[in-house]
Write a protein that binds this ligand. Sequence first.
Ligand SMILES: [Zn+2]
Length: 161
Amino acid sequence: MAEDSCTSSCAKFFCDAMLGRLALWLRTMGFDVLYERDIDDKALINRAISEERIILTRDTALVKRRILRHRFFFVHNDLLDEQLREVLGRFKPCRERFFSRCLRCNLLLTGVAKESVAGRVPPYVLRTETHFSMCKGCGRIYWPGTHTANMKKKIEGLLHG
Ligand SMILES: [Zn+2]
């Protein structure tokens, strides 16, 4: 999908089965991140190579596969915040991409008119919010609420802390 290809230097990732939470946070920052809990190593590697993705992994056996060459980034830490620091220390996120992606599907969100989400979001949200976006994959509606503000704070802390 052309609209889903990141224009600048944003890296594309494939998180291994141990890094599901990391995958979600990277999606929050707008990175193109695949994550499939039950995928086997061979399928993961093949897909990462064909889609030019960097494999984020905690798996020491996986990174020894010669076919991988340098197409991986080994995550040393078990703690999520430290994992994020490791990845962000190497790969810079594009700020304009923050909160632009469906956390569930990894697809880019599309802006939708307020009128079109009536009945699909809680009434108080419809009253108080003006900007809505939608995922074409799962139909989930997103809006900038308190959750996003908290996430933003955490991300800024990670980028500057
Ligand atoms: Zn979605």
